[in-house]
Every structure is written in C-alpha cells, then in structure tokens.
Design a binder for this molecule. Structure first.
Ligand code: GZL
Length: 363
C-alpha cells in the first residue's frame, strides 16, 4: 500500500515498509544524499526526507493526542530562532518558516531570536506561550538547557517541533519530533571530500562549532572517526572552536597557522568559519584551495562561490529551509497522523565540478 504525500512542489511516494521516502522530485531538484548535488532546487530547495512511520531507524512514533485545533489556518504558531541572523543559515531558516507560514495561511506567526543565549531562548518561548502560541517550532541553541521552556509548553499542552539541532530532552514528552540533518554523516562526507582534495595525506586544522550544540559534537565525531577508519595519513594537527562565527574563524585560523606551520588542510564545521579561515590563509601569504585545502558544511552562497572559484575544495549542504517540512509535519500531527521522533533530511554535496551549476540552490 502506498500513500502519496505532497510537500511543496515535491511529490513523495511513501512506501509503508517505511524506511525511505523515494522522492520523484521535479527535474533539477536534489535527489538526496551522498551523490553529487542534484540541479539547483531554486530558492526553496526541495527536501527529500527519510521518514519512517513505523519506528525503526527514525525512532518509534509518538503517541501524543494533538490539541483541539481545527487546522493551521486557525492556529497561532511560535518560532524560536537560536542565533542572530548574521549567518546566512539563520537568515534562510527563518525566512523559510515565514514563507511557509504565509503559504499555508497560519492565522498568526510569532518569531523570536535568542541571540545565542540559552536563558533568552527559554524566556522567548515562555513569552510566546503567554501570547497564546498553540504550536511551537524551536531551533534549539544547545542540546541542554531548554527544560524550563519544554515544561512551560507541556503545562499548556502546546506541542513542540524541533528543527535543525537535537536536544537531550525526552521525545514525545518534551517534543513531538526532530527534523534535521544527519550531522555525523555530514562530518564523514566532509572527511571524504578533504581526502579527495589532499590525496589522503594531510595535517588538518579543525574549526569546531559552538560547544554544547549537538551539531558540533556530531560533525566532529563523524569527521574524526572517518579519518581513523579510512585515512591513516590524514592527521588532526589542531582542533579548536570558533563558535560558527566568521570573524572567530579568521582569528583562530591565524593562531593555528602560526603554531602549526605544517597545516595543509582545514575542516570547518560551517561555511562562516571557513570563509574567515580563507582570509587568514591569504593574510599568511598562502593560497586557499591550493596550498591549504578547505572543506566545510552548510552550502551558503559565499562558500559555494568560493568553491566554484577554486578557493575551497568541497562543501556539504546543511539545508536550513525547514518551512515546508515543518508545516507539513504539523498538519499531519493535527490530523492525527503518527509522527516519527526523527525526520532526517537529505543534503546535497557541492564539489569543484558541480559548484557553478548548483549555485542556485545555495542560500
Ligand atoms: C545546522 C545548524 C548550524 C549551521 C551553522 O543545523 O545548527 O548552526 O551549520 C549554524 O551555520 O550556526
């Protein structure tokens, strides 16, 4: 038995055996995961999701009764953004939520920004509940620390849908589902791209994301474990956080180049830090993409352009355009559909060969 499910321009056929959603995406859209990027998905890149309704790899299904809301058209939805919108990832993520809220005709959307402060994210969420939010979409800043917000939502019987980063809180009890990328896979893919660029021989500097964020730990372990498993001549010379910020990426890279002159490769947990590192490499009189190979994760326009121009050597997409998937999942929940605890999206891979033609999908 097959159920057809439509997500904004992307026709998905859900095979009840439930492991993978085979997307018959329109031509030029991403068809998922590990291969070369599909064609440009345009501004609103289509997302192919692995959605398992019957538990298994995506975790069991939450058996939670939806609130008595007739539909999104009568709902007040709150969106809690975690980091300031200076990073293109955050800009694209918030815009995608705003655009889809308009597309589905949400009665009212409230948007807050925690400016990378966990206490503010708790108070933001509590404020939106006080303003009458009946459904919450949350991009968590850290894996821990949102217990006050989750408790406040539970007290009001307001369902929470996580996008982007995971939390250590309890699925079904504190949130309905997590929608996001497989960050460990992203780290592994970045290691493969860097191995390709360095002929599997490198002294690598790692620019890590924010400590305490699930995405930082997973992108680190995915990369380091892949080096240990597959690339014995690729060594981590240094690894330090630059908090996903471009200016910090530049400063940390300057320091690492001075203390580790043998560095010939950089892995950055996100594009913003990679673009900062590129500036530091230039300031040190070296050529990024050639003397020092650079690979990162996100898929921002700045990084994909740098890749196309030869200043970088690979970019793994981390798609921030959660709007269509988030509201589709909320609509399913409100209609009583079973929702898996994890909905993992597929991300494309940008290479020196496909960067130019796929620039349209960058954000
Ligand atoms: C990934 C997201 C990360 C981005 C960074 O889902 O949490 O946070 O990769 C951002 O750019 O800071």
């Amino acid at each position: 038995m097959v159920r057809t499910l439509r997500i904004k321009g992307l026709l998905l056929v859900l095979v009840l055996s439930g492991l993978l959603v085979a997307a018959c995406a329109p031509p030029g859209s991403n068809t998922g995961g590990g291969g070369d990027a599909g064609g440009g998905g345009g501004e609103q890149a289509e997302q192919v999701v692995e959605k398992n309704k019957s538990g298994g790899g995506q975790g069991p299904v939450c058996d939670v009764k939806p609130p008595d809301i007739s539909g999104l058209g009568q709902a007040v939805v709150g969106f809690s953004q975690s980091e300031e919108e200076t990073n293109p990832f955050r800009i694209a993520e918030t815009q995608s939520i705003r655009d889809e809220a308009k597309n589905v005709g949400v009665e009212k959307l409230i948007v807050t920004n925690a400016a990378s402060q966990i206490n503010k994210q708790n108070s933001d969420i509590q404020d939106m509940l006080a303003q009458g939010a009946e459904i919450l979409i949350v991009a968590p800043l850290n894996a821990d620390g949102l217990e006050p917000a989750f408790q406040a939502a539970a007290d009001e019987n307001v369902p929470v849908f996580l996008i982007d980063r995971e939390v250590t809180a309890k699925p079904c009890e504190n949130y309905i589902t997590f929608m996001g990328s497989n960050f460990v896979r992203q780290g592994k893919q970045a290691a493969d791209l860097l191995a390709e660029a360095t002929n599997e021989k490198a002294q690598v500097a790692i620019l890590e994301g924010t400590p305490g964020a699930s995405v930082s730990a997973d992108r680190q372990s995915g990369f380091v474990d892949q080096l240990k498993a597959e690339y014995p001549d690729m060594k981590v010379a240094a690894s330090q956080t630059a908090n996903f910020v471009r200016t910090e990426g530049q400063t940390v890279m300057e320091q690492l180049l001075q203390s580790n002159p043998d560095i010939n490769a950089v892995y950055a947990h996100n594009d913003e830090m990679a673009l900062g590192a590129i500036q530091a490499i230039r300031d040190a009189g070296k050529t990024p993409g050639k003397d020092i190979k650079v690979v990162s994760i996100d898929g921002t326009k700045g990084a994909v352009q740098a890749l196309a121009q030869g200043q970088m050597n690979g970019v793994v997409e981390s798609n921030p355009r959660f709007g269509p998937l988030a509201f589709q999942t909320i609509e399913e929940f409100l209609s009583g559909e079973p929702i898996p605890q994890n909905i993992i999206i597929q991300d494309r891979i940008y290479t020196p060969q496909n960067a130019e033609e796929n620039l349209g999908a960058a954000y």
